[in-house]
Design a protein around this ligand. Structure first.
Ligand code: PA5
Ligand code: NI
Length: 186
């Protein structure tokens, strides 16, 4: 066996990456201004609180290469709205992505350029094929960390600005029941 190269690894149970150089990025509450609907609830949150961490392998980033990373989205709410990622289109709109649920449970909010939104249930083993031209956001509706593996083209890039007005759906905790709400400006 010793003649073989040892590739990097992902621990399927919790999404911990190892065996290669990693890039890590924490997104804190203060970076998510305007993302949650209840502004006053957001302003009362600890600005330093980490809402999600992303870890990815620091791999070659040329056209045609792929990034592999894991998002760990913590459990929590701002007002009645569940913790979620900022969400984005890809800068290169035609580029897709695949998410794999590893730990916890939640929803993947997908939205077309025309503003049509849909939700996929994320759970350990779920596979989410995100087509091109589709914005995506993870939402943690559970009580534990939601961890999802993602594979995407390095050339895809992130376009956050096009969704500055928000997505067309919000997901809230209505006395222990997960509810979705349509938003007019989404
Ligand atoms: O490539 C992806 O779609 C993910 O790795 C996301 O970037 C990650 O979930 C963080 O979300 P966002 O980039 O919307 O803050
Ligand atoms: Ni993406």
């Amino acid at each position: 066996m010793s003649a073989f190269l040892l590739p990097p690894q992902v621990a399927w149970a919790d999404g911990v990456l190892s065996g290669g150089p990693l890039i890590r990025k924490s997104t804190r509450m203060q970076a998510l201004a305007g993302v949650f609907s209840n502004q006053s609830a957001w302003s009362e949150c600890d600005p330093e609180r980490v809402v999600y961490d992303v870890e990815l392998f620091d791999s070659p980033s040329a056209e045609g290469e792929l990034y592999v990373g894991v998002t760990h989205l913590y459990a929590g709410r701002v007002g009645d709205e569940f913790f979620m990622t900022r969400g984005h289109f890809h800068q290169r709109r035609e580029q897709g992505e695949v998410y794999f649920g590893l730990h916890g449970e939640g929803l993947l909010l997908l939205q077309s350029e025309q503003g049509e939104a849909r939700l996929e249930y994320v759970f350990p083993g779920s596979v989410h094929i995100i087509p091109g031209n589709t914005a995506h956001r993870l939402i943690n509706t559970g009580a534990v960390t939601l961890s999802a593996l993602a594979v995407w083209p390095c050339a895809a890039g992130h376009d956050y600005a096009s969704l500055a007005g928000g997505f067309a759906l919000r997901v809230v905790d209505d006395d222990g029941v997960v509810q979705t709400k349509e938003v007019q400006n989404g």
